[in-house]
Design a binder for this molecule. Structure first.
Ligand code: MLT
Length: 267
C-alpha cells in the first residue's frame, strides 16, 4: 500500500488506493484513519477499485479548526471523488462515524452512489447525555492528550475475547488511533455532537445496502443495526459473531467475504 497525497476542500490528506472496477470508498471511524482498512486492501484488491482516505484531522491528514460536521466530511469525500475524476457510481463503506458520514453523503450526493455498506453504525443523533460526554471528552483530550482518549475507547472497541487474547490486534488498533491529532479529535467530537438524526432519511435509500455489525459491539449495540435493516427497504443485515466495534479488523475474512458477495450482487 503506497501512501499518496491530495489537496481537497482546503486541506491535504493522505490516501491509499488499489485495484480496478467499481469504486469502493472506505470511510473510517472516529480516532481512526485509512490504515484501519489494511485487511480489506489485502483481501479485496481483485474485487473493486479500493480507495481509503484519512478524514481531516485524522491519521496523516491536515487538521483544520473544529468542528467537523458530518456534512463537511461528506463534502470532503465528494471533493476527493471529483479530484480523482470518478464519474462511475461508487459504493461507500463507512464504519461508525464513517457511517454517520456515509448517511450525510447519501443526503447530499445520492446520485453518486451505487450502494452502501453501513458498518458498526446507527442513524440517530446524540442523546443529551452523549452530548455531555462529548464535551467531557473534548476537555480530556485538550488536557491530557490523545492517548487518554485511546485508553478509554480501545477496550470497548474490540470484543472482550480479542482484547484479552490478541495483543497484536490491540497494538495495531492503538497505533492507528494514536495517529489522530488533538485538533482532529476535538473537531470530530464537536461535529458528532451536533449531527442531525438521519433516521427519517433511511426510508429514502433506494440503492442496495449491506449492514454489517459485530455481535459483541460494546459501543453501538447490534439492535441498532436491526432497526436500520427494518427501515432501509431491501437491505441485508449480517451480524458477525466474536466481533466488536472494529469488526473489519477483528473478523477480516468474514467481513471481506460479505463485502465481496455484495459487490458481486451489484454487477
Ligand atoms: C466511532 O467509532 O466512530 C465512534 O464510536 C462513533 C461515536 O462516538 O459516536
Amino acid at each position: 500500500m503506497t501512501d499518496k497525497k491530495v489537496y481537497i476542500n482546503g486541506y491535504t490528506t493522505t490516501y491509499i488506493d488499489s485495484g480496478e472496477g467499481i469504486p469502493l470508498l472506505f470511510v473510517h471511524g472516529f480516532l481512526l484513519n485509512r490504515l484501519m482498512w489494511r485487511p480489506q486492501f489485502e483481501g479485496l484488491v481483485d474485487a473493486a477499485h479500493l480507495i481509503a482516505p484519512d478524514l481531516r484531522g485524522h491519521g496523516d491528514a491536515q487538521a483544520t479548526p473544529p468542528p467537523y460536521s458530518m456534512n463537511l466530511f461528506a463534502d470532503d469525500l465528494n471533493a476527493l471523488l471529483e479530484a480523482f475524476e470518478i464519474r462511475e457510481k461508487t459504493v461507500l463503506c463507512g464504519l461508525s462515524m464513517g457511517g454517520y458520514t456515509t448517511l450525510a453523503f447519501f443526503r447530499k450526493y445520492a446520485s453518486r452512489l451505487a450502494g452502501l455498506i453501513l458498518t458498526s453504525t446507527h442513524p440517530g443523533a446524540d442523546s443529551p447525555d452523549r452530548r455531555l460526554n462529548r464535551d467531557k471528552a473534548i476537555d480530556t483530550v485538550r488536557e491530557k492528550g490523545v492517548t487518554a482518549i485511546v485508553d478509554s475507547m480501545l477496550p470497548k472497541w474490540l470484543a472482550p475475547k480479542a482484547y484479552l487474547e490478541k495483543p497484536d490486534l490491540v497494538a495495531e488498533a492503538r497505533s492507528i488511533m494514536e495517529r489522530t491529532s488533538v485538533e482532529g479529535v476535538v473537531g470530530a467530537l464537536a461535529g458528532m455532537k451536533e449531527r442531525p438524526d438521519s433516521t427519517p432519511d433511511l426510508a429514502q435509500i433506494r440503492v442496495p445496502t449491506l449492514i454489517i455489525h459485530g455481535a459483541d459491539d460494546q459501543a453501538i449495540p447490534p439492535q441498532e443495526a436491526q432497526k436500520m435493516h427494518v427501515a432501509i427497504a431491501g437491505s441485508k443485515l449480517e451480524i458477525i459473531p466474536n466481533a466488536g466495534h472494529l469488526l473489519n479488523l477483528q473478523q477480516p475474512l468474514l467481513f471481506n467475504a460479505l463485502v465481496r458477495r455484495f459487490l458481486t450482487s451489484l454487477s
